[in-house]
Design a protein around this ligand. Structure first.
Ligand SMILES: Cc1cc2nc3c(=O)[nH]c(=O)nc-3n(C[C@H](O)[C@H](O)[C@H](O)COP(=O)(O)OP(=O)(O)OC[C@H]3O[C@@H](n4cnc5c(N)ncnc54)[C@H](O)[C@@H]3O)c2cc1C
Length: 393
């Protein structure tokens, strides 16, 4: 059976839903297709079930892309305040957790329900559990084959997301379509992902599993001050997830386990004022006790501080304020929150998200080579890019 819509959207995640709502508002007939049984699964599980839906401080510096200016237009056309307005219209209560990160007070499901209701108001036709068998183009029409129907449309929006969490329905569909239409891709990699280690350092992580503390993690010019967590595979927590987006195999990362304290200065002062104090106990005043014991043991340092040379204290301080570690990998797409890389932004108009080569073909959301830092930026990119395609398709 043949069908005709103005706009077909593949992928009913954050970006696809937003595109559908906006295109529908303009009176366009919209078909939104997803292969999953449940809509908006990533929204549902995000932010620990409360969805960190945007960030008050959204700006281009919070995104990674081969073109660091590409996201500016979309972020300006649909800002964090526009999404906040929508949330307020639906009386969804929210709060700032920290660093401008906005979360629902109650549940991420409220955002999904809101988006689905908006789709309904915009008279969007939603087809769940629908597999796209083929996409082609003839004259000025895109032809989407879903087996039971062949759908013709003037516009086609690809919103199939990245590769992270395959068990939640992530596929390489968007990248395959881009290749089919002769568009370039930037190599993809898991990002916002825990880092893994081997050998001696892995044993340390296992020993300290469950321990979390505030830290500054740095790699080249990038540095993040947030929580860090030891796990039985390596290191995780917000600061590690952030740096993982910049980390490449072979890179060493620096960890400051005591961001608010110059440990050397602290120890020198203590040596004068409290010479009989045990070094492990002293260090435990500024970092968790388990970590203090582990570091002093590794450095073979113990006893009263007065018995330790300043050189030894300097070495010990360095291992706390300036610890160098070399990850051997990451947990990969299985646990990564997002995918770096994707559709090369050179292929798209930053004003409309439309392909420069193919009139009517749009790519939005995570499938594009735009990746946000942790903190609500990835959803804001999905809302902004989805909106822009929706008002143009
Ligand atoms: C555990 C976790 C927590 C996160 N928390 C946050 C957070 O709090 N804040 C934040 O900003 N970001 C967060 N993110 C990132 C955020 O979820 C994504 O960046 C965002 O969902 C991307 O939106 P999207 O619409 O581009 O892709 P997706 O949300 O991934 O949607 C893609 C849709 O396409 C469908 N699809 C895929 N392939 C096909 C196909 N072949 N045929 C039909 N349909 C297909 C999928 O089923 C899916 O519904 C989190 C991610 C994860 C994994």
């Amino acid at each position: 059976m043949n069908q005709k819509y103005d706009v077909v959207i593949i992928g009913a995640g954050a970006a696809g839903l937003m595109s559908a709502i906006e295109a529908g508002k303009r009176g366009r007939s919209v078909l939104l297709v997803d292969h999953s049984k449940k809509i908006g699964e990533k929204i549902r599980i995000s932010g620990g079930g409360r969805c960190n839906f945007t960030n008050l401080y959204t700006n281009p510096s919070k995104f990674i892309s081969q073109n660091p200016n590409f996201m500016i237009s979309a972020l300006n056309q649909y800002t964090q305040y526009d999404f906040i307005e929508l949330i307020k219209k639906y009386q969804i209560k929210f709060h700032e957790k920290k660093l401008g990160q906005l979360f629902c007070d109650e549940s991420a499901q409220q955002i999904i329900d809101m988006l689905l209701l908006e789709c309904k108001k915009s008279e969007v036709t939603l087809k769940k559990e629908t597999h796209v068998l083929d996409i082609s183009k003839k004259d000025n029409s895109y032809i989407t084959n879903i087996g039971s129907e062949i759908i013709f449309s003037n516009s086609l929006i690809i919103a199939t997301g990245g590769l992270s969490i395959p068990k939640m329905g992530a596929t390489k569909f968007g990248y395959d379509i881009a290749k089919k239409f002769d568009m370039k891709l930037v190599e993809t990699e898991p990002a916002l992902v825990p880092l893994t280690f081997s050998d001696k350092f892995l044993l340390k992580c296992k020993e300290l599993t469950g321990l979390s503390l505030d830290s500054i993690i740095s790699l080249n010019k990038n540095s993040f001050k947030e929580g860090m967590l030891f796990t039985h595979r390596g290191l995780s927590g917000p600061s590690i997830l952030q740096i993982s987006s910049y980390w490449k195999l072979g890179n060493e990362i620096k960890i400051n386990l005591s961001p608010n304290f110059d440990i050397y200065q602290f120890l020198i002062n203590k040596k004068e004022t409290n010479p009989k104090q045990d070094i492990t106990t002293l260090i435990a005043e500024v970092i968790p006790k388990r970590l203090s014991i582990s570091i002093c043991r590794d450095q073979r340092i113990g006893g009263n501080i007065s018995e330790l040379s300043n050189k030894l204290l300097q070495k010990l301080s360095n291992s706390i304020n300036n610890w160098s570690v070399s990850p051997t990998g990451s947990e990969g797409y299985r646990t990564a929150e997002v995918t770096l890389g994707g559709i090369d932004t050179n292929e798209l108009s930053s004003k409309t998200m439309m392909s420069k080569k193919h009139n009517g073909l749009y790519f939005v959301g995570e499938v594009v080579d735009v990746t946000g830092h942790l903190g609500g930026y990835n959803f804001q990119w999905a809302w902004s890019s989805g909106y822009v395609a929706g008002i143009n398709a």
